[in-house]
Every structure is written in C-alpha cells, then in structure tokens.
Design a protein around this ligand. Sequence first.
Ligand SMILES: Nc1ncnc2c1ncn2[C@@H]1O[C@H](COP(=O)(O)OP(=O)(O)OP(=O)(O)O)[C@@H](O)[C@H]1O
Ligand SMILES: [Mg+2]
Length: 226
Amino acid sequence: MAFIEHQRLHLGAEAEVWRGTWFGKQAVRKQRRPRSWRHADLDHRLGVRRMTSEARLLIRLRKLGLPVPAVWDLDLEGGQLVLQWLPGRTLIEILNDDESDEHHVEAVLKSVGSAVRMLHREAITHGDLSSNNMLIDDGNVALIDFGLAAVEYEVERFGIDLHVLDEILGASHPQWSQAIDWVLEGYAEVDVRLGLAPVLQGGTVPSAQEVLTRLDDIRQRVRYHG
Ligand SMILES: Nc1ncnc2c1ncn2[C@@H]1O[C@H](COP(=O)(O)OP(=O)(O)OP(=O)(O)O)[C@@H](O)[C@H]1O
Ligand SMILES: [Mg+2]
C-alpha cells in the first residue's frame, strides 16, 4: 500500500488510525486491530465485513455529495482502509474547549443535526454517533467512522441513532445542557427546507417528525426500564 505514515491519531479497541500521505495526498489509514479474545477466524470475518461495509457506504454517500471522507484504498486481507484526511476538530474537542462560545456551539450542533438528517434521508443510520465521530471545520460538519452504519427503513433505528447522541451529549458534555435540543432543531429543519425524504429503491425513509416522536418513545422506555 502506498501509504506513508506520519503520526498516529488514534488507538482504539477496533482500529489504529494513522495520518500520512497516499500518493502525495493527505490521508488517513485505518488499520483494523485483531481482538485476541475472539476466535481468530471469526474475528477476521467480522473485521472484513465491517470494513467492506464502511467502504461501501462511504463511497455511496460521497457520490451523493454528503460530507464524508473519500475512500482511496482498501486492503481486506491486511485490514486496512485508506481515506481522505479531513481537516477540523472533533465535536468532543469543541465541546470540551473552555474557549468555545455559546453561539458557535449552537451553530455547530444545529449543523450536526442537519448532517445526521441528510444521512438519514439516504436511508443510512450511522450506528455510533458519538462526539468523536464528527469533524468540524470552520463550522462545516463531516461524519466519519461508518463501521457500524447500515441501510435502514425502520423508524426505530433512526430513533436509536439520535438516542445514542442524546445520551453521549448528556453524559459527556453536561455543561452544554441545550446541546441535544440544538441538534434536534437542525435535524427537523432539513425536512422543513427540503420537504419529505424521497422514496428510495428499498422503501420510504421515516420523516424527521416520525423519528423525533420515536426518540421520545425511546427516552421514555429507557427511563422506565433502565
Ligand atoms: N478521514 C479522517 N480525517 C481526519 N481524521 C480522521 C479521519 N478518520 C478518522 N480520523 C481521526 O481518527 C479517530 C478515530 O477514527 P475512527 O472513529 O474512524 O476509528 P474507530 O472505529 O472509532 O476506532 P475504535 O472503534 O477502535 O475507537 C477519529 O475520532 C478522528 O479523530
Ligand atoms: Mg470513532
């Protein structure tokens, strides 16, 4: 692989992410990490499946014009994915920065909501909407880390996507008490602006309002049943 590594950005449970260059272009390489406690064969198959799915969905979203990194190389045997490097800071960095002012954070979180809705309108749920998996550059939001993303038409999965973000914002960033409200405003606003989501090959995507209603149901369920 023609990737030249410069700096390690992230060492997670599933992946090691390096920043570097690929044929002279700014790139990142996501290297799947073997998880020794799992059966090696099963582990390999799971990793390959996730990486294939991540690459496939990123390519689709990129073609649709959504702000996600381009896919430049995929080595399934070696468990490596080379993506376009995107500038910016993760949402977690912005929310944890004491210098961030409220107007900026409000605008960023509304854009996060809009970016998630644009994704959902294409019948794709992210599966891991944490504040680590969004890059903000000059107020523009890009979504990354599509290893758990899926094509979806059932309203429940869309609601769960928002609920994951809701829980993370509440637990990790309690100083921004209106955070989820701003996200949901941005989410709802897209359908007001663009109208109902188009009917796609696999069916109809639930409307923003349907997803928001389901989010309320999920919150209540979690409150009653833990
Ligand atoms: N295309 C990219 N451009 C810039 N930075 C990136 C890019 N992709 C990933 N990163 C950085 O690397 C970090 C980890 O990447 P990613 O979220 O894709 O891995 P991960 O699947 O979460 O790994 P794990 O699940 O093991 O924690 C991101 O939070 C981000 O800081
Ligand atoms: Mg991640």
